[in-house]
Design a binder for this molecule. Structure first.
Ligand code: ARG
Length: 462
């Protein structure tokens, strides 16, 4: 029993049906589907297609179907192709033939496009909350380490000293961009409600599509019915946003994995957030972080898969579009599963300031030595070469850069004064980078970060 059997005299082949059916995964759209149908029933009654009494019966029936889904008592029937047909079939069982009027002037094509957008908009809000919650624990860590000095790296080689707070905050700002990107995207999605586009050419009933859009929380209806049923830009955009969030989690994870390695020993993971080896008793493995790094690959894969599915489609709805859902659902499930442990791990890990400071080498102040020559009027290019020679000399002598004697330095430049010793102070070197955004103004930066988060009313977990 299908909803489109009229023209057929033979039933669908079983294997084709199994391939075609999507209820197995798209049942997750039930809430959006029923919300969309309630709005459509209203629109039909305003257009004079349904009497108010018919609209009310349909609405009451739809609410009962929704309740069955929420209570877990909804029973699928063999002919239920997808969530849309399943809801309509059950509605007819509950309220009789008047259920058959709901689909007037509507198609599953504009219906599924609308359902998916409604689902995306609610998933988007949840993802924003996850990202903000991670931001909050990063800030709590940053707050504790405003004065903790550590090596900063380029090419993953020791480069210049920074504060640990500066490093934590470097993982915070990408999250603010992730949130703002998702919010901009959602604003754009809300401006194009597909419902009322029909199968492809529009609906022949006098539907007030602006009012319908607003009833569903959109700001405007889509401009072109043919585009509206085929448009999955929002799905691709959402997967891009999630992929980039995955990339940011992966980069945070990579830093933490390296810093947890005993050769670094910069951080200690709480035992609840690391795992042991079945063979090597000494191991403390950062599995949740490795999974954060690993699962970002899967998010990127979903984005690539959807883009490829879209790129060759002719105008209008094509069944290929049914392939949009599983990657979206999986991407959101992946982040729903990933954020809580990552947030817990960051919140409970302990930084080891002594290890971070011990990793600082005076060679990381070679730039500051060059800057010292600059203050004495030497052009920077020349100063860079002088400082380079000093590094080389220290290496030859087997001492650190700060241990070169005044005589040694004098052989390099006659611009060396007694005050050169002041160069070799890690905290002073950090403090000098006080221009906006530098490691020397971490405290002000933290205040800016906190202000960003406060606007979203997010508090870190205990
Ligand atoms: N299950 C379909 C999907 O997810 C719904 C739309 C089907 N439309 C149709 N004309 N077959 O894309």
């Amino acid at each position: 029993m299908t909803l489109w059997g009229g023209v057929f005299s033979q039933p669908t082949d079983d294997a084709v049906r199994r391939l075609n059916d999507s209820l197995r995964f798209d049942w997750r759209l039930y809430d959006a589907d029923i919300t969309g149908s309630l709005a459509w029933a209203d629109a039909l009654s305003q257009a004079g297609v349904l009497t108010p009494a018919e609209r009310d019966r349909i609405a009451a029936g739809l609410e009962r179907v929704r309740a069955e889904f929420m209570e877990g008592t909804f029973a699928a029937a063999p002919g239920d192709e997808d969530i849309h047909t399943a809801v309509e079939r059950r509605l007819a069982e509950l309220i009789g033939p008047v259920a058959g009027k709901l689909h007037t002037g509507r198609s599953r094509n504009d219906q599924v496009a609308t359902d998916l957008l409604l689902w995306l908009l609610s998933a988007q809000r949840r993802i924003v909350d996850h990202v903000c919650a991670l931001g909050a624990v990063l800030l709590r860590q940053a707050e504790r380490h405003l004065d903790t000095a550590m090596p900063g790296y380029t090419h993953f080689q020791p480069a210049q000293p920074i504060t640990a707070a500066h490093w934590w905050l470097n993982h915070f700002w990408p999250l603010t961009r992730d949130v703002e990107r998702l919010e901009r995207a959602a604003d754009a999605w809300r401006a194009r409600c597909p419902l009322g586009s029909g199968a492809l050419a529009g609906t022949p009933y006098p539907i007030d599509r602006q009012a319908l859009a607003e009833r569903l929380g959109f700001t405007a209806p889509s401009h072109n019915s043919l585009d509206a049923v085929a448009d999955r830009d929002h799905a691709a955009e959402f997967l891009f946003c999630l992929s980039l969030i995955g990339v940011h989690l992966s980069r945070l994870a990579e830093d933490l994995i390296v810093f947890a390695n005993p050769s670094f020993g910069f951080i200690r993971l709480d035992e609840r957030y690391s795992t042991g080896s079945s063979l090597m008793p000494q191991k403390r493995n950062p599995d949740p972080l490795e999974l954060a790094r690993g699962k970002s690959a899967r998010l990127i894969g979903h984005l690539a898969g959807l883009l490829v599915a879209l790129k060759g489609l002719p105008s209008g709805y094509n069944k290929d579009l049914q392939e949009d859902k599983e990657p979206l659902f999986d991407a959101v499930d992946t982040l729903d599963a990933l954020f809580p442990p990552v947030i817990g791990l960051v919140n409970t890990l302990v930084l080891v300031p002594e290890r971070m400071r011990a990793a600082l080498d005076p060679a990381m102040l070679a730039t500051d030595l060059a800057d010292y020559f600059v203050t004495r009027g030497v052009p920077f290019r020349e100063a860079h070469a002088l400082a380079g020679r000093a590094v080389k000399l220290a290496e030859a002598r087997g001492v650190s850069l700060s241990e070169l004697s005044a005589e040694d330095l004098a052989t390099i430049s006659d611009q060396t004064g007694d005050d050169v010793a002041r160069v070799f102070d890690f905290d002073a070197a950090i403090a000098r980078r006080a221009a906006f955004g530098g490691a020397g103004e971490t405290e002000a930066q933290l205040a800016r970060a906190q202000a960003w988060l406060a606007r979203r009313r997010i508090a870190a977990p205990e």
